[in-house]
Design a protein around this ligand. Structure first.
Ligand SMILES: NC(=O)c1ccc[n+]([C@@H]2O[C@H](COP(=O)([O-])OP(=O)(O)OC[C@H]3O[C@@H](n4cnc5c(N)ncnc54)[C@H](OP(=O)(O)O)[C@@H]3O)[C@@H](O)[C@H]2O)c1
Length: 424
């Protein structure tokens, strides 16, 4: 049994060098790569679609205010120099909750989008190839395997037949679908690295990474995997001044906070850990985050930076989210407070059992993930105060949690499903 199944859904995530040369990923005209060989046509799998205590640790790799978080970009040239429709953007993780909206946004902005997808995509592979083509309409879909660098390289080279022989920038929205230990390293690190390698092989000089704000305080394997890649991405840029990156670290997604809407609507109490004030977040919608990520493709100001980002409005604790929900529903607030120690107890049991039965390792990890999101804020960590800071967490976009709750009350959670272990 997964520990995460014990958790109410809304409690499983937070309700809580300077460049010496100008970024140049748009300064090149398309470079035809020798890899783009016609003899790859047979293996072409391309489809065109036009249709409360103060911890002692500090954040890693960066300082923590939006202004000091980042390294200055010293470029004095315009960035980019090509119009959007001449900019080809590769995206992996294109079929995810965020990735699919990023594809839509990039297409809307006029970019040429190459979206990498699996033959069976979506949660538990429920989407067919045709579903994927429909979902990624407007993009050139390259069916490939991001976990296999050779396949990815070969399949991207095959795109030459569709006139795509050069990539300007890459966006990676890959993420483990279950948060398990091995899968996290396979996807959040290895497959993400494969994306970088393949993108660079095809000429990309800018890489936008969807990371997570929680990597500031890495206690979980998926966070360590993401951090390892972040460090390598930055090192790549340090070594090659013509290569730039944007690391996007968002706070909580709406999907992670909507799990109790229908329960509360049905008259049940809103469940929260402790007094409901153990953590806070600035939730961001998938549309707003996708827009921010798309900005990173063209906006020089977002180059070579780690970018924590939240949605509009103030930071909300689980208690405040619950109160908001009752207010929208016009119901008398009713809360069920669960001691956080219950989670520690359960994690302890799974940890013990995992020593005897290694197969239970992931169950213990899922418990730790749930515990983390129940108690850690998804806000920028301020080393000066030793606390999370809502003020230092930048806001972006216009979609509010209030509007989201109202929509879920009307329409349900369709399109907002969590992943395989219902923790992401
Ligand atoms: N949930 C939150 O509140 C929150 C907050 C901040 C940051 N984040 C971070 O945001 C990131 C993305 O989240 P999301 O919700 O968009 O993720 P998601 O919906 O789970 O999508 C994951 C993407 O990665 C792909 N992928 C996973 N395993 C793969 C494999 N073995 N081979 C090929 N592709 C694979 C999936 O492809 P398929 O469709 O083929 O499976 C999908 O496109 C995560 O890193 C998470 O840590 C989440």
């Amino acid at each position: 049994m997964s520990f995460s199944s014990l958790l109410p859904r809304s409690l499983t995530l937070p309700s809580p060098s300077p460049r010496s040369l100008p970024p140049s990923h748009f300064l090149h005209s398309s470079t035809l790569h020798s890899k783009s060989k016609l003899n790859n046509l047979k293996s072409l799998s391309l489809s065109l679609s036009r249709s409360n205590s103060k911890p002692s640790y500090l954040p890693i790799h960066c300082s923590t205010s939006s202004s000091s978080q980042t390294q200055p970009s010293s470029s004095s040239t315009s960035f980019p120099t090509k119009p959007p429709h001449q900019v080809t953007v590769l995206i992996t993780g294109a079929t995810g909750y965020i990735g699919r909206v990023v594809v839509r946004e990039l297409v809307k902005r006029g970019h040429r989008v190459v979206a990498v997808a699996r033959e069976r995509s979506g949660i538990r592979g429920r989407d067919s190839r045709d579903d994927t083509l429909r979902c990624l309409s407007g993009a050139t879909v390259c069916f490939s395997d991001v976990t296999d660098p050779d396949s990815l390289s070969r399949d991207l080279a095959s795109l030459a037949v569709a006139g795509i022989s050069h990539i300007d920038a890459a966006v990676c929205c890959l993420a483990s679908r279950n948060g398990g230990i091995k899968d996290s390293w396979n996807i959040d690190y290895e497959a993400t690295k494969n994306t970088l390698t393949a993108a660079r092989q095809n000429g990309a000089n800018h890489f936008v990474l969807l990371s997570a704000i929680c990597v500031q305080k890495p206690l979980l394997e998926f966070q360590r995997a993401k951090l390892k890649f972040e460090a390598e991405l930055q090192a790549t840029s340090e070594a090659d001044p013509s290569f730039t990156y944007s690391i996007v670290r968002p706070t909580a997604f709406f999907k992670s906070l909507g799990g109790q809407v229908e329960i509360v609507k049905d008259g049940k109490p809103y469940v929260m850990f402790g007094d409901g004030k153990l953590c806070a977040c600035k939730p961001i919608s998938e549309e707003d985050l996708a827009s921010f990520i798309a900005d990173c493709v063209m906006d020089e100001d977002k180059s070579c930076k780690i970018l924590p980002i939240g949605g509009p409005g103030k930071a909300l604790t689980p208690l405040e989210q619950g109160q908001l929900l009752f207010q929208i529903l016009g119901k008398e607030p009713k809360f069920l407070k669960v001691p956080i120690e219950i989670m520690d107890f359960a994690i302890g049991i799974f940890d013990f059992l995992a020593k005897i039965f290694p197969g239970l390792e992931d169950a213990a990890e899922f418990g730790r993930i749930g515990r983390y999101y129940a108690a850690e804020s998804m806000l920028v960590w301020d080393p000066a105060t030793g606390e999370y800071s809502a003020d230092k967490t930048p806001s972006y976009g216009k979609d509010t949690l209030e509007d989201f709750f109202a929509k879920v009350i009307r329409q349900g959670m369709a399109g907002q499903e969590l992943g395989e272990q219902t923790i992401f």
